[in-house]
Design a protein around this ligand. Structure first.
Ligand code: SF4
Length: 121
């Protein structure tokens, strides 16, 4: 029997759940959730965990040394470290508008990195 504790982040309640899978990997049971969305979250978090990456990138010719960005869709959790490394090589310069694509199709995932603020100088 595999047992894994997963905190649901579907809402501020943050339910502590337990996912139990039998040795054959067939029988899956989730306990501790309070709504069906929470159960779905826990199953997806176990099978295919994803995260939106938020980060800062370097700037040039700007009054701000760093500029905030995020992915427009979640990446697989296992891709986050490599994506952060790719972003560490990116430099932006003004003008940039919020929502503007900073890095298109990061790591050929189909996910874009977008500005989360304006950079006007
Ligand atoms: S299980 Fe439902 S109620 Fe609990 S944290 Fe997740 S979304 Fe919120």
């Amino acid at each position: 029997m595999i047992e894994e504790k997963i905190i649901c982040i579907g809402c501020p309640l943050g339910c502590e759940t337990t996912l139990k899978i039998d040795d054959q990997g067939e029988g899956v049971k989730v306990i501790g959730y309070k709504c069906k969305e929470g159960r779905q979250y826990v199953l997806e978090e176990y099978k295919r965990p994803v995260r939106v990456l938020t980060a800062t990138v370097l700037t040039e010719k700007s009054s701000r040394p760093l500029f905030p960005v995020r992915t427009n869709r979640p990446l697989l959790k296992m891709q986050i470290k490599e994506a952060a490394k790719a972003l560490s090589k990116v430099k932006v310069k003004p003008p940039i508008r919020i929502g503007q694509i900073i890095l298109s199709n990061i790591m050929n995932t189909g996910v874009d990195v977008v500005a989360t603020d304006d950079l006007l100088n």
